[in-house]
Design a binder for this molecule. Sequence first.
Ligand SMILES: [Ca+2]
Ligand SMILES: [Ca+2]
Length: 412
Amino acid sequence: MNISILALLSQAVQVTSGTALDYQPAMRLLSEGRVFVVYEVLDPGDLSGDLYSVYSTDRGATWSSPAPVITSPASERHPALVQMPDGTLYLYYLSDSTAQYRIHMASSTDGVIWTFYGPTALGWTGGEHQINPEVVFEADSSLSMSYQLMTAGYSNLGGYVSHSDDGFSWDLLMRQADAGARLPRITKWRDSVYIVTYQQGSGSVYDIFYRTSQDLTNWTAEMQLTATSNSHDSHPVPMGDSAVAVFYATAPGSSYDIYYQVSHDLASWDPEVRITNNNLYDNQPHGLCVDDTLWVIWSQSVYPTPYQDHDLYFQKLPKAVVNQETGGEPGGLLDLRPNPCTRGSVISLALAEGGIYRVAVYDPCGRLVQEVFRGELGQGLHSWATGDLRPGVYLVICEGVGSRETSALVVK
Ligand SMILES: [Ca+2]
Ligand SMILES: [Ca+2]
């Protein structure tokens, strides 16, 4: 049975429209419930940027009109957004308003009026450019930042990290996470492991790599996530304590599409999951994990030729989706008895390993009929009775992290 669970469970929502080149969104779910996004609007000629915001009050179903954050003559790009415990938004971005590209900071209590604090001191004094920040808010209310360093002549010097207790003053330790990293992006998992993902390569041949650290100073050896020779724009997303997802853009042919992979141990990765499949340029994915669901926002070109007119798109994914095409080993055995049945049946699931699972019944049009179970399950056998079902054919789908099983159920 070859049905795309992506098509069953969600459709991409268009976030921005118009003729502007909308790019590189940073997305957070705010404590008040809004989904808030700051993104670049680029000049198609020289890719000089301004920053705008857009938000959703209904968890991504509909979106506000864009509002300017900063539209100065300088190039403002690469927003990184965090929300502090008192609700204040801290925004970090690169700007060339001074002699070098530096990472600037702004804050806002309402997402409308912003206060700008200028360039952030990170310890560099030799004319280096500091670009492409990503900032993670930690359990102790401190912040960690990854950024890319370039020489005054724009040769890449790799990915660096810094830490801050208040978001305003950062340590000046100039710690290197990787010497060849481009677009480094940091997150922290289980409040104990920092992960920096990045792209590395030369010419047009790039893949996604990562390193981990417990202290921002000592980093593991480099590990490789993709081997496509053309992957960019990674973004790591913790999925609670159970797993980490990394989103990225890959061009299997002539245009980029959005993909992600999931790992439970930061060593082995579940099969790659493809989110978009078109002849347009889809890039710069930025993910979130909300409840049991991964959310992702990205930039898509309107025309097959990129970097003229792009719009932002948003999509919710089941927490762990593996396409039929990409396979994935089943995590357990789904059994329906009786089948065919009258009115209802019993769903049994034999799990080789525990984890987060969702078991649901769909009609043949892909509409959710019953959610039978959603939550954590241990290893072993689990059973649930379906509710009453009208006569017809149904699909029972069990999804776990990195696994998915589908069985047809006939109700007479
Ligand atoms: Ca546009
Ligand atoms: Ca500007």
